[in-house]
Design a protein around this ligand. Structure first.
Ligand code: GRF
Length: 230
């Protein structure tokens, strides 16, 4: 497709969301991953990228100022002709110069329904522990545009996921991650279509925001929720 965008995926960890994005490429989405950026030399995401034949770059951030990190990051992005950025478990704040250069074109996925359970320090299992401790009955991933602060930009897509009685944070983490893998590629398609068409991306009109346990089960294959419907 003529207007396919080149995406960079930023990841610090295992990269299961990166893998979901790479797998989605078989459906010929309006973007292609052209570069994977990590702040960690040993990130599993770099290994996944290498196996998929995608270029990788390690941009260390420890004991380096934001200007240095921004310069190296922007050089890598420009060198690969990157149009859009998908953050997928990237644990660092994106330098302001990069946010400025790609404003409206950086997506992040967060494992809770923002604006709840977000912000500095709310990452990984911290999020799911806080969700379970709060007694919330619904959680789920949020895809949002990135600005200069953690977890704050406009929301593009959310997927409600049930928190069931007796769930541990690990149960919730597993269920939310499954939903992430389905939501992120679709949200990426939606945003890239808007960008390619010169429009502001609005909210993704999918999945159906009407919450239902059966709907959740159909979408994720999660059998545990079946008897709890409505
Ligand atoms: C995901 O839960 C994502 O929401 C968060 O970091 C985690 C990354 O997981 N931002 P993975 O590395 O994609 O498996």
């Amino acid at each position: 497709m003529a207007d396919r965008l080149t995406a960079a995926v930023f990841a610090s960890g295992g990269g299961s969301n990166l893998q979901a994005l790479l797998d989605h490429q078989s459906l010929d989405p309006p973007w292609r991953v052209g570069l994977v950026v990590s702040d960690r030399e040993d990130a599993g995401a770099l290994e996944r990228a290498a196996q998929a034949g995608v270029a990788t770059v390690w941009v260390p951030t420890r004991e380096r100022g934001p200007d240095d990190v921004a310069r190296d990051t922007l050089a890598a992005l420009r060198g690969a002709g990157v149009d859009v950025i998908f953050l997928a478990g990237y644990m660092k704040l994106v330098p302001e110069a990069v946010v400025r250069a790609y404003r409206g074109k950086i997506l992040n996925i967060h494992p809770a329904l923002l604006p709840s359970f977000g912000g500095k320090g709310m990452y990984g299992m911290h999020v799911h522990r806080a969700v379970v401790a709060s007694g919330a009955r619904i959680t789920g991933p949020t895809v949002h545009l990135v600005d200069e602060e953690y977890d704050r930009g406009p929301i593009v897509a959310q997927w409600p996921v049930p928190v069931l009685p007796g769930d541990t944070p690990e149960d919730v983490a597993r269920r939310v991650l499954e939903a992430e893998h389905r939501l992120y590629p679709r949200a990426a398609d939606h945003v890239c279509r808007a960008i390619a068409g010169g429009e502001e991306p609005g909210p993704l009109p999918w999945p159906d925001t009407r919450f239902s346990m059966n709907e959740h089960e159909r979408n994720t294959g999660d059998q545990r929720s079946g008897s709890e419907d409505e």
